[in-house]
Design a protein around this ligand. Structure first.
Ligand code: PMP
Length: 401
């Protein structure tokens, strides 16, 4: 009976949110999930999204609530692919692109498909990585192994250890999950030279690269630059690869569930076969994806004017985040908080891996009502000009305790 089931604890993000919601303290702050907030701690609907919604609503298309094809809204997944890979010409025939339930859906569909087609002995994820990677791959029954990534002592990338582990322990046909840019949770990306070495090891060891791309536009502020790693692997011409792409963050379409899975194969024939398998998996899990979010994203991606305006919206989000990084670091420095806090500014994307210990995280929560994940990762987008000093003081007190 169900009472014999194991107890599965709630995902740490949701536990944190629950505790935060139950807290009545006026100055409480949550820096958990990667959700953009404006400087008043309010959700922000991108002005470009509002314009795209108007266009869709004014069209009064009687077919707007019809089912989409199994692989979803083609104008969306084609434009999404072009955003990542640029113009593909003939090479497009070697791709399968499917519209998915956001980045999670793309990771999940990809995991199901890669398990079925490659039967990997393991999937390799960075230490640390987005917690849901463990969940998603665990559910499809592939062993999850960790490659070294973050060095706590260097507060940087441990490339040698990463390469060494993959060289020594990974097997041909294993999948390696790579964060395309703005690594979650560390905010630390490989340099171009380091990416080349990672691509070399994938080639040598015949590993299948599966990029998770949830923050395009949040790393360098330039979409092409943020797509560099994916394009580099693709342009070598020696690797097949996949990408799970999300528009949750860069278009602020979190709840609309807008994403795509792209598979690049060695030949049009391989792509056509993979298309059948992926469609079969999608049919059995969601049948067809939801329409509205993908239509909003496609409207923005395919209209030159809206696209330019979207770049400005992205810039608004990324510059606010950068300002908050600086404000937090400057406040810690002005408080004389023991330690070096420069990494808060050098890290990129939505997060900072602060280096706070689990004990310090517990202290900021208990004493100051500041809610942070146990790993010490904070979502910078949760900081505002009104709460950043308070958060710095909370961190300062915890570090000195
Ligand atoms: N991958 C990573 C690394 C993420 O951080 C996230 C969002 N937290 C996702 C994928 C998926 O997000 P979504 O399903 O909302 O697109």
């Amino acid at each position: 009976s169900f009472s014999a089931l194991d107890f599965i604890p709630l995902d740490p993000h949701y536990t944190l949110k629950k505790l935060y919601s139950a807290d009545n303290y006026e100055k409480k702050v949550i820096l958990g999930s990667g959700i953009y907030r404006d400087d008043n701690s309010k959700p922000w609907v991108l002005p470009t999204v509002k314009k795209a919604e108007e266009i869709i609503d004014n069209a009064q298309d009687s077919g707007r609530y019809e089912y989409l094809p199994i692989t979803g809204y083609a104008p969306f997944h084609n434009a999404a692919r072009e955003l990542l890979f640029g113009s593909l010409g003939e090479k497009a025939n070697q791709f399968v692109s499917v519209h998915t339930l956001a980045g999670t859906g793309a990771n999940s569909l990809g995991a199901q498909f890669l398990k079925e087609s490659l039967s990997p002995s393991a999937v390799w994820v960075s230490g640390p990585t987005w917690v849901n990677h463990y969940n998603i791959w665990g559910l499809v029954g592939v062993e999850v192994k960790t490659y070294p990534y973050w060095s706590a002592s260097k507060k940087g990338l441990d490339l040698e250890k990463m390469i060494h582990t993959l060289e020594t322990d990974a097997s041909a046909g294993d999948v390696i999950v790579l964060h395309a840019c703005a690594h979650n949770p560390t905010g630390l990306d490989p340099t171009k030279e380091q990416w080349k070495k990672i691509a070399d090891v994938c080639e040598r060891k015949k590993l299948f690269p599966f990029f998770d791309c949830a923050y395009l536009g949040f790393a360098s502020g330039d979409l092409d630059e943020d797509a560099w790693a994916v394009r580099h692997f693709f342009s070598r011409g020696t690797l097949e690869l996949a990408v799970a792409q999300s528009f949750s963050k860069n278009m602020g379409l979190y709840g609309e569930r807008v994403g795509a899975f792209h598979l690049y194969t060695a030949s049009p024939d391989a792509a056509s076969k993979a298309h059948g398998h992926i469609s079969h998996l999608q049919r059995g899990s969601v049948s067809t994806p939801p329409t509205r979010g993908a239509k909003i994203a496609a409207t923005i991606l395919t209209s030159p004017d809206l696209f330019q305006e979207w770049l400005l919206d992205l810039q608004e989000m990324t510059s606010r985040i950068k300002n908050m990084r600086k404000a937090l670091r400057d406040n810690l420095v002005s408080l004389g908080t023991p330690g070096n806090w420069d990494h808060i500014c050098s890290q990129i994307g939505m997060f900072s891996y602060t280096g706070l210990t689990p004990e310090q995280v517990a202290t900021v929560q208990a004493d100051s009502h500041v809610y942070i994940l146990k790993s010490g990762r904070i979502s910078i987008a949760g900081l505002t000009s009104s709460n950043v000093r308070y958060v710095a003081e909370a961190m300062d007190a915890a570090v000195r305790k």
